[in-house]
Design a protein around this ligand. Structure first.
Ligand SMILES: [Zn+2]
Length: 246
């Protein structure tokens, strides 16, 4: 929370907070609300994501109702479903369980009317295929911590998704990713920390913290030929619009 406030004042973002509820299946709204209330009572707003981790492969896979996810009425602070997606990195064997859960999460997002936070690693073709098959464009969302190529970014953009860059975009070896970052339209660009991981240069290798997201913004400004203030302005507007935070 302290770090979030530092980031807020450092980067001109009024509302930026993610409370992640890790749960084997998509939990009941009452349970989520309790966790959120405990963790976020002192904030005036915030982003709460519901993280039904796809690797709990023994969990039941039923699509929850809108009431299960959001509760009754308009008071929910749940802003998104995720992160979810596909990750084949260093995994072998039958990964159908991942695809099955990703499908359920996309359906849940559509049913709840909430955007998706999508993770994809070493699985871009299947990720895009499932997003198309399940109509993820009806939910919208963000490809978080994006590290894939331009065709993948383009396909996600065509589904109405945003593309979010983390500290990786500052790494020396990430030239091709910077080229992707240069091409994402202004109204679909987001930046993130993924802290405590992926600290940007010049803090690479250290524990990441939200305030360091400034370095991501600075690198993107350089690559896109604009000011860091402009990056702050447009990513803040995109964040607010995507997660309905006004
Ligand atoms: Zn991720």
């Amino acid at each position: 929370m302290t770090m979030t406030r530092r980031f807020v004042s450092a980067f001109g973002v009024a509302v930026a907070m993610s409370v992640i509820a890790v749960h084997a299946s998509i939990p009941d709204n009452v349970l989520v609300q309790q966790m959120v209330d405990q963790l976020a009572t002192t904030t005036t707003g915030g982003l709460v994501t519901l993280d039904a981790r796809q690797y709990y492969f023994d969990a039941p896979v039923t699509v929850p109702s809108k009431v299960t996810v959001c509760g009754q009425g308009q008071s929910t602070r749940i802003r998104a479903i995720g992160e979810t997606g596909l990750d084949y990195y260093r995994l072998t064997g039958d990964l159908e369980w991942q695809r099955e859960r990703f499908r359920v999460h996309i359906r849940a997002a559509r049913r709840a009317g909430k955007p998706l936070v999508v993770h994809t690693r070493a699985a871009s073709a299947d990720t895009i295929r499932l997003m198309r098959e399940e109509g993820a464009d009806a939910a919208g969302g963000v490809m978080h911590c994006f590290t894939e190529d331009w065709p993948t970014a383009r396909a996600a953009l065509d589904l109405g998704f945003h593309i979010s860059f983390s500290g990786i975009v500052t790494f020396k070896s990430a030239q091709s990713l910077r080229e992707v970052a240069a091409r994402v339209p202004d109204d679909r660009l987001l930046i993130e920390t993924d802290s405590p991981y992926l600290a940007p240069v010049p803090h690479r290798g250290k524990t990441n913290e939200p305030a360091f997201v400034r370095h991501v913004g600075e690198r993107l400004a350089e690559v896109r030929g604009c000011s860091v203030e402009r990056i702050a302005e447009l990513t803040t507007a995109n964040f607010r619009r995507l997660f309905s935070i006004h």
